[in-house]
Design a protein around this ligand. Structure first.
Ligand code: TEU
Length: 593
């Protein structure tokens, strides 16, 4: 009897141990690839528009400090701040004149240190913006560089001596004439600028410049900063013979796109490897490449673990969908195709399924408000479609980059007049069109959807003057819908978009399958419903998103018992025989057996 009991006990023990070992193995496999920055939800703050405390109409660091409890209440782990460094603000901080100082409108280094400390005390990490493809022309390096051809800083930038003739054309994104070279009579030379002529491109060929940048990065990491988002980082390497690029060559080799040409410089990966070896590998930090000029074919070269370069990359393929080809940010009157949308995000999931890691975003400071662009800002659909987009962002296999104000369902301001715009991109494109006798009206219509300023209007805190953003005159108009649409009102409503975002963040944190699980697209040709599953260790959830203004049916895999619904963005649920009839913009997350 005793023996029998022992055998049974041992058998149970063996079964238990082997079960434990297999489950250990699976979680160990996952553990190997687990990283805090994969599990994080990143909240992007455009400091200029978040909260002003000194009445100059521009947000500041003290304003962010004041709102730390709010940020914490969202449940996010990381805050990415757009550039906070010394800058004359030709391009709102993307033109840096002092990499180790704070922009005077935003405050002082003391404020910065207090902000970093305050965030860390609340267990929120801070990511800064690294803008090193170019500096400001007011940076002391450039001020020196332009003085003479023999100045020690001459080679910090790309100069072309005019006696060699005009340099081969390069396109500038923000230049009034679209010209990427600017002539400087003082030294009878041209300098290169891919963006505005106040943003000269830095010369990464020069090892001294590289070491200045690496030291500057160490300065911030030694302060305790947790990572960098790297502005147009694929553009840093140039063929400095500046060969002629013919239209034919551009079309055949570079998909007809200047940014693709710029993103494929000869030494970019060598530079990033050096940066990794000398700086990044020495700290536990996260890095994300703004992947301008890259495609799914070369993304892995930047972020594959075996490459020792960067952690994550964000692509532009998703946010470019729906614009008419060859035109500047003009929406296709038919809107965007959901089938194409699914194709793009599914393809990018597969890119990072084995190597590297992706990001997901639908809005940022260069984009219009996600609600207007990807959802529906008509009053009837605002709330549901805003929650649906939040559901999408927080259920994909990629680190979500969530743009401040989207949790309220903020929408495009849609200015009628050019005078209301502040963004250099819009203003200079307008001037360019004026010079060319272009159709200004058509352009302004397009900007109501596409302009960057739509995503930069001040945060709507409450219904007091200027939405509680400033006591002064806001640098950019506040969206008049703030009277109803503001954080204070949404705090009080358990069903607000704000509280929905909080719930979604909590759900993502509670279910590892939403972070690491395998992604599978269902019913790919359905042009109304975006459906996918996320599976990890036999745990499976189904995400159903009705991206349309009409009721849509969707057949779900057969379930025993009643449907286990984890999330529903509308009050009702209609299921019959495994067919769900979804309300316009309904989003559901269902646990599958
Ligand atoms: O944006 C890079 C970039 O590719 C932009 O040209 C982008 O395509 C454009 O804004 C879309 O309208 C980065 C920054 O995010 C942006 O704010 C800066 O203006 C730009 O670099 C220059 O630093």
């Amino acid at each position: 009897m005793k023996n029998k009991f022992l055998i049974l006990r041992n058998c149970i023990a063996i079964i238990f141990i082997s079960f434990f070992m297999t489950s250990e193995k699976t979680s160990a496999q996952n553990n190997n690839n687990r990283k805090w920055w994969k599990e994080a939800v990143v909240y992007q703050i455009y400091p200029r528009s978040f909260k002003d405390t000194d009445g100059d109409g521009v947000g500041d660091l003290k304003g962010i400090i004041e709102k730390l409890d709010y940020i914490k209440s969202l449940g996010v782990d990381v805050v990415w701040l757009n550039p906070v460094f010394g800058s004359p603000n030709d391009d709102n901080g993307y033109d840096i004149s002092d990499y180790q100082g704070i922009m005077k409108e935003f405050g002082t280094m003391k404020d910065f240190d207090a902000l970093l400390k305050g965030m860390h005390e609340k267990k929120i990490k801070m990511v800064l913006d690294l803008v090193v493809n170019h500096s400001s022309d007011e940076h002391k390096w450039f001020q020196e560089s332009k003085k003479s051809r023999t100045n020690p800083y001459r080679n910090y930038y790309h100069w072309w001596d005019a006696e060699k003739g005009k340099p081969a054309p390069r396109v500038s994104f923000f230049d009034v004439n679209g010209d990427g070279w600017k002539y400087d009579s003082l030294t009878n030379s041209y300098y290169l600028h891919y963006f505005s002529n106040k943003q000269p491109d830095l010369n990464w060929e020069n090892p001294k410049l590289r070491s200045e940048i690496f030291n500057m990065m160490k300065f911030w990491f030694n302060k305790g900063v947790d990572g960098f988002r790297m502005d147009v980082i694929p553009f840093i390497s140039k063929d400095t013979t500046f060969p002629v690029i013919t239209k034919k060559e551009l079309d055949e080799k570079y998909h007809g796109a200047w940014d693709y040409f710029y993103g494929h410089g000869p030494r970019v990966h060598e530079y990033l490897k050096q940066m990794n070896k000398e700086v990044l590998s020495k700290y536990d930090v996260m890095t994300v490449a703004e992947g301008a000029g890259t495609t799914s074919d070369d993304a892995e070269l930047f972020v594959g673990e075996d490459r020792h370069e960067l952690n994550m990359l964000y692509h532009f393929e998703g946010v470019s969908l729906g614009y008419l080809p060859g035109q500047f940010k003009q929406m296709d009157p038919k809107g965007y195709s959901l089938v194409e949308f699914k194709k793009i995000y599914s393809k990018w999931d597969s890119v990072f399924a084995k190597k590297g890691w992706g990001t997901i975003y639908l809005g940022n400071h260069d984009q219009p408000r996600m609600l207007t662009r990807w959802g529906n800002d008509a009053p009837k659909f605002r709330e549901a479609s805003s929650k649906l987009l939040t559901t999408f962002l927080l259920t994909m296999r990629a680190t979500p980059y969530y743009y401040f104000g989207d949790e309220l369902g903020m929408s495009n301001i849609k200015f009628d007049n050019i005078e209301d715009y502040r963004d250099i991109e819009t203003l200079n494109y307008y001037k360019k069109l004026q010079n060319e006798n272009g159709d200004l009206n058509y352009f302004l219509q397009g900007q109501k959807i596409g302009a960057r300023d739509n995503g930069r209007t001040p945060f709507q805190w409450d219904d007091s003057k200027n939405a509680g953003f400033t006591n002064g005159h806001p640098w950019l108009k506040v969206n008049p819908n703030y009277k109803k649409l503001n954080a204070a009102a949404q705090e009080k409503d358990p069903n607000s978009t704000l509280n929905y975002f909080r719930k979604m963040v909590r759900l993502r944190k509670a279910l590892p399958e939403l972070v690491y699980g395998k992604y599978e697209l269902l019913d790919k040709d359905n042009d109304k419903v975006y459906a996918y599953t996320r599976t990890l260790d036999k745990k499976k959830v189904l995400v159903l998103l009705n991206f349309s203004t009409s009721r849509s049916k969707f057949e779900i895999p057969k379930q025993t018992g009643s449907l286990n619904v984890l999330m529903n963005n509308v009050a009702s649920l209609s299921v019959k025989n495994n067919t769900v009839t979804m309300e316009p913009y309904q989003a559901l997350i269902v646990r599958l057996q």
